[in-house]
Ligand binder design. Sequence first.
Ligand SMILES: O=C(O)[C@@H](O)C(=O)COP(=O)(O)O
Ligand SMILES: [Zn+2]
Length: 210
Amino acid sequence: MTEQQLREQMVTLARSMFERGYATGGAGNLSLKLPNGHFLATPTGSSFGRLDAERLSVVDIDGNHISGDRPSKEVAFHLAIYRNNSECNAIVHLHSTYLTALSCLEGLDTDNAIKPFTPYFVMRIGKLPVIPYLRPGDPRIAEELAKRAADYRAFLLANHGPVVTGSDLIDAIDNAEELEETAKLALMLDGKSIRYLSDEEITDLQGRGK
Ligand SMILES: O=C(O)[C@@H](O)C(=O)COP(=O)(O)O
Ligand SMILES: [Zn+2]
């Protein structure tokens, strides 16, 4: 896809997420890798419902602002993931309701906040490590994500929300939506007797693709 097509895709997909309630107000941010090696990101303070293709931010791998409006304050953590995972070409950060609710719970397993009970979670996400709470925009979020970026496709920022990667923006958003629905189910099932997938069933799903 050309840069112009990728700009228009970001605007269209962001609006769709906004209209379906995955993003509200000015929360969340998106980025994707451009054909020239730069990165397209949502401007800081922008709403997913009202992005302008011509005003999207462009930054280089070192975070230098190349063009467009001022980039998201989280662009440093997006770049930390790209630097450490060559398979990642797009990133979605949301404050979606169920994942954010999950991120506020005490006693989460920090290696994997959602114990698998459906195949698609295993196939699309695998595991969901929890990043300790840091205020939005804190440069240490990038350090924490850099340490884990090579090994995971998604992360849960404690008391904040998810960060989800993909091979392109459609893939990253599909992963984010699947993860949000899985968190919704996990919270619906809280306190009920769940039949979790067995280790054997999880192993059988791993490496089969989506
Ligand atoms: O939670 C926050 O403040 C940020 O992580 C966020 O979601 C929106 O920040 P910008 O991308 O700078 O608008
Ligand atoms: Zn945020």
